[in-house]
Design a protein around this ligand. Structure first.
Ligand code: SF4
Length: 378
């Protein structure tokens, strides 16, 4: 008769503990894992429950959800180009470009269309498929010629078959429509943090004004890019609060940038201590669970993370990075460095317009427009 040895029994016992069996997750996290489409009716309690899940379990759940909605090998490479530096009238307490802080940054006028197109070409040649243009403005009121030039930049970048995103401060519905007509792919306007903590960070515009711009963007048919910054002095409840705002929008932002504060001398937050990495990872994983189909983007501050830490974030659902040039006024990992990292971890650059059937949608839009022209001609 076969008698299992003690070693065999203990090996079998050890093995049985990793069999798929009963999942240890329950409640809100199980609900997130069962999603087949994004849901926008999350409660703060559910998001808190997900955020507080033991980190290994949370990372595993986020990785599983990520695999259902995305190819886990894909990483979107995005390059951010500063088109107008400094001199901004807002008082965002983390920002070097606010004229209210003494950071020594010199304000510059809007750069030329040609400068932007050459920079976009360099970014494309280096593998970036999304090009983002950032201007340090409060809003677009009275900036008619600025808007005209920016539309020419958008058209030029789109002609290179790159996705194009802009961040220009607050915009109204008519300005959003103009940008949409120029071919804009996405508009970035971060909520920055939770509604509750927001007044401790910015006093010159309200949370609701931010949400109004996001609404104008969404209603114009432009993809929303909106996320926040960690390490502003907020609590974990504020991480949950920020994800709650984003995850309960009428439709989730197409892109959710997660920034880690880079304290800048001369700003009110210059002395802030860096956030523990586990808090960044937990926020990335929770964002992935709550907004399963969105792009979760490691943005400013990625340069402070070790390669292994970045890889943990990619495992937990982050699938885009800013690469190649300075991130507005802070440093950023370069293309060569990122290419090496991607090769080591088996990641591949995402193609432009690859996700969400964008390309098919764009082709269909083009066909409809052509049919309408033909009908008019007939
Ligand atoms: S974050 Fe934007 S709006 Fe705020 S001060 Fe900086 S440039 Fe101005």
């Amino acid at each position: 008769m076969f008698r299992p040895t003690r070693a065999l029994l203990s090996a079998a016992r050890a093995y049985s503990t990793v069999l798929p069996g009963t999942p240890r997750v329950a409640g809100a996290l199980q609900n997130a894992m069962n999603q087949t489409a994004p849901r926008t009716n999350w409660t703060k309690e559910e998001i808190t429950e997900i955020y507080e899940t033991p980190l290994m379990e949370l990372t595993f759940a986020a990785a599983s959800i990520h695999r259902r909605f995305h190819n886990p090998a894909d990483l979107q490479l995005c390059t951010l180009h500063n088109i107008k530096t400094g001199g901004c009238s807002e008082d965002c307490s983390y920002c070097s470009q606010s004229s209210r802080h003494n950071t020594g940054l010199k304000a510059t006028p809007l750069v030329s269309v040609d400068t932007v197109l050459s920079a976009a070409r360099v970014a494309k040649d280096n593998g970036s498929t999304r090009f983002c243009l950032g201007a340090a403005w409060r809003d677009m009121r009275g900036r008619k010629s600025g808007l005209k030039n920016i539309k020419a930049m958008v058209e030029g970048v789109r002609a290179m078959d790159m996705e194009v995103c802009v961040t220009l401060g607050m915009i109204d519905a008519a300005q959003a429509k103009e940008l949409k007509d120029a071919g804009l792919t996405a508009y970035n306007h971060n909520v920055d943090t939770s509604r509750e903590f927001y007044p401790s960070v910015i006093t010159t515009r309200s949370y609701d004004e931010r949400l109004d711009t996001i609404k104008n963007v969404r209603e114009a048919g432009i993809n929303v890019c909106s996320g926040g910054i960690l390490g502003l002095g907020e609590t974990k409840e504020d991480h949950v609060g920020m994800i709650y705002t984003l995850g309960t929008m009428p439709s989730h932002p197409e892109s959710v940038p997660i920034n880690a504060l880079v304290p800048i001398k001369g700003t009110p937050l210059e002395g802030n201590k860096p956030l523990p990495f586990v808090d960044i990872l937990r926020t990335v994983a929770t964002a992935r669970c709550v907004m399963p189909a969105s792009i979760v983007r490691l943005a400013a501050g990625r340069i402070t993370l070790k390669e292994e830490q970045q890889a943990m974030c990619f495992m937990a659902g982050a699938n885009a990075v800013f690469t190649g040039e300075r991130m507005l006024t802070t440093d950023c990992s370069g293309w060569d460095e990122d290419k090496g990292m991607m090769e080591r971890w088996g990641l591949v650059p995402m193609k432009s317009f690859q996700r969400g059937g964008y390309r098919a949608k764009m082709e269909a839009e083009k066909e409809t427009a052509a049919e309408q022209i033909t009908k008019v001609e007939v």
